[in-house]
Design a protein around this ligand. Structure first.
Ligand code: FUL
Length: 693
């Protein structure tokens, strides 16, 4: 026997003695349970994502694989600055896209020539992975890596030859030179086609192509504590189901080996512990692109994301991509720190801390399992009951009367996820009033009440659980209130800003943030040529709320559809309403795409970009991932001004803005052609917009 187990035996004996003769055995674990590594990982809660690569320079979200490595030159990149910022923002680690789908490696790898040694940056002598890994270590943050399985550069992609190099890449990054890797991302995205060493083909890969079980074995040998994300449902953690950061509720950390189920919700009582990670970017798109500078999420929006990810028991990975210089853009940094401030406020007071609980049952009447554990801010201790008592309740007396609007609970996940439903009642005006109708708890759940509740007495009741509940924390929080975010809408060519508030709305139309000096919104703004409208509410004490920003294209007031492939409501592609959409017929004898819509704008405009907004109803049918865009002055002479790919629509269906730089003359007509659909054989579009020069 080593000295450590002997010591814990002595401690256990002493605690048995101190807690009296009725010391009870802890409940048996229930169902799938996490590994200690998964528990540590779930307790990280929040870390950063960095997307940086050739896409930062080309404007792509998915590089094709033939980009010139010379373009890569983040001249001002300073890993220490970035890591310090992320740390100040409360993040516990950073994951870097060491290789994205374009195959360009940010470290000097021996597996492919398409790597940082060919970049302009540091004359090809740099190793960006190493700089970031070292800076993380120096600042006490964990470091993780994303190495895309899909590689649009590699000529052997889809064949045996690529796998050798791919495994080599994983080995290089996990062999020690880059320190401990806390998480490795295996992205499932794959659009099929690519440059592939000049072959320019579409490659379909069999489901077991990468052989993830073998990869996992290799990783366990190199870095046993590394959390493996994705990996075709055999890894340690799973995707949260959307790129908006949210996960679903009810929320289970479990999945079934045979039926992975819905990533956002998990599978109730599944046989594998595979907790979710919600992922999102602080701005539209994962890489920094100038055209999305006005899309940065507000701190308030990020707090919503938090409550719907971390507050449902998942981790949150937030992408904050460096710009072309390698710097975090000022607006992104500001939002990141504003978000931290809001979280600090939210957690500044737990009104249930130190409360008293009277339970209908406590396991073996043992103090160790008493309801006091709910209010001790110790995630390891928990309240539980005698076997068979699966639906107990506890009456809670707060130290003081308090006003709160979020109830947070945690289960002791080391013993599995159990609770299927629960309720919380508050004692108000002499009666019990239900304030929460809860489903799962798991790692944690933060549920908002319909309105703020003021009381000093509550009751928690577990209403369904297949085994005794093991609840480790019960907290009451108050969400920081912000002034409302204005809504910006356009009718015809005038823009209206509304905020349902007594405060003052100030606005700008030049893309800058509104300040206390900006003009006050009094009447609709005329914007026939479009523009960027930003607005913010100010109160009399000088406080201000979150910004709202909308980029409008040229007014569509006088636009008319002059032809479109047969289908439903082509005018809905130009009605300024993102919720409606045009779609061509599906499977009714129509040919497959290409399918088009042609529009007369009523008069000629000088244009600098167009945009395609995919349908926003969570259905991918007819979403267009290959397009052609043509313009004409007279509906006779047509010129193709753009052709290409809309990447990543399936996971992130955001507005796709395509710059048009080669057009010198004004045009009155345009034609949008979808040449390939993501799903099904027809084309759909929620909005098509044009932007003035
Ligand atoms: C997706 C990728 O295709 C995106 O480009 C991005 O890297 C995101 C985090 O995952 O699946």
């Amino acid at each position: 026997m080593t000295s450590l187990p002997r010591l814990s035996l002595i401690c256990a004996t002493i605690s048995l003695f101190l807690s009296g003769l009725d010391a009870a055995e802890p409940p048996q674990p229930y169902g799938a349970v996490p590994t200690p590594q998964q528990v540590d990982w779930q307790r990280m809660e929040y870390y950063g994502f960095i997307h940086l690569g050739l896409n930062t320079y080309t404007g792509n979200e998915w590089g094709y694989g033939n980009e010139n490595p010379k373009l890569f030159n983040p001249v001002d990149f300073n890993a220490d600055q970035i890591v310090k910022l992320f740390k100040q923002a409360g993040m516990k680690g950073i994951i870097l896209t060491a290789k994205h789908h374009d195959g360009f490696c940010l470290w000097p790898t021996a597996t492919t020539k398409h790597n940082i040694t060919k970049a302009t940056w540091k004359n090809g002598k740099g190793d960006l992975v190493k700089e970031l890994a070292d800076a993380c270590k120096a600042n006490g943050l964990k470091f993780g890596t994303y190495i895309s399985p899909w590689d649009r550069n590699h000529k052997e992609y889809g064949k045996e030859g690529y796998l050798k190099d791919y495994y080599g890449q994983i080995r290089e990054l996990l062999s020690g030179k880059y320190g401990n890797i806390f998480e490795i991302w295996f992205d499932g995205a794959n659009g099929g086609d690519g440059w592939y060493g000049g072959a320019k083909t579409t490659r379909k890969i069999p489901q077991d192509y990468y052989n993830f079980p073998a990869i996992i074995n290799m990783i366990r040998g190199l870095q046993p504590n590394c959390i493996i994300w994705g990996a075709g449902h055999v890894g340690d953690a799973r995707w949260g189901g959307s790129e908006r950061g949210h996960v679903g509720y009810p929320h289970w950390a479990t999945e079934d080996t045979d039926k992975p189920g819905n990533a956002a919700h998990g599978v109730p009582h599944g046989n594998r512990w595979v907790p979710a990670e919600g992922d999102t970017s602080i701005r539209s798109g994962w890489f920094w692109h100038e055209r999305y500078n006005n899309s940065v999420k507000t701190p308030e929006h990020l707090l919503d994301v938090w409550i719907n990810s971390v507050g449902r028991g998942a981790n949150l990975i937030l992408n904050v991509p460096p710009d072309k210089q390698g710097l975090i853009y000022p607006s992104d940094a500001q939002a990141l720190l504003g978000f931290k401030k809001l979280r600090d406020k939210l957690y500044s007071k737990d009104f249930a801390l130190g409360a008293k609980g009277k339970a209908t049952n406590t396991r073996g009447n043992d103090k160790r399992f008493s309801p006091a554990s709910l209010f001790d801010n110790d995630i390891e201790t928990y309240w539980t009951t005698d076997d068979g008592n699966n639906t107990p309740s506890v009456e809670i007396t707060l130290p003081h009367k308090a006003t709160f609007d979020i109830v947070r609970l945690r289960e002791q996940i080391r013993l599995g996820q159990r609770v299927e439903s629960f309720r919380v009642d508050a004692w108000e005006n002499g009666t019990w009033k239900q304030i929460i109708d809860g489903k799962t708890i798991g790692n944690q759940v933060m549920l908002p009440t319909a309105a703020p509740v003021t009381t000093d007495k509550l009751r928690l009741t577990i209403t369904s659980s297949p085994a005794v509940p093991c609840i480790s924390e019960f907290s009451l929080l108050l969400r920081p209130v912000s002034l409302p975010q204005p809504s910006i809408t356009r009718q015809g060519d005038t823009v209206t800003i509304d905020a349902k508030t007594t405060g003052i709305i100030r606005f700008t139309t030049d893309g800058s943030q509104p300040t206390s000096q900006s003009p006050i919104f009094k009447e609709p703004i005329s914007l026939p040529n479009g523009g960027i409208v930003s607005a913010r509410v100010f109160d009399t004490e000088g406080n201000s709320g979150p910004d709202a920003t909308t980029r409008f294209g040229i007014s569509k007031k006088d636009w008319k559809v002059i032809s479109a492939t047969a289908g439903a409501s082509p005018e809905m592609a130009i009605d300024d309403k993102p919720s409606t959409f045009w779609h061509t017929h599906e499977n009714t004898g129509e040919k497959n795409p290409p399918q088009s819509i042609t529009v007369d704008m009523g008069k000629a405009h000088a244009i600098s970009a167009f945009s395609y907004l995919p349908r926003q109803d969570n259905c991918t049918h007819g979403m267009t991932d290959r397009y052609i865009f043509e313009v004409s002055p007279d509906n006779k002479h047509w010129k193709k001004v753009a052709e290409g790919e809309f990447s990543n629509l399936r996971a992130n269906p955001i507005e796709q803005i395509v710059p048009i730089s080669n057009l010198k003359t004004k045009v009155r007509y345009f034609r949008f052609t979808g040449t390939r659909a993501l799903d099904k054989n027809h084309i759909s579009a929620a909005e098509i917009s044009l932007f003035a020069k």
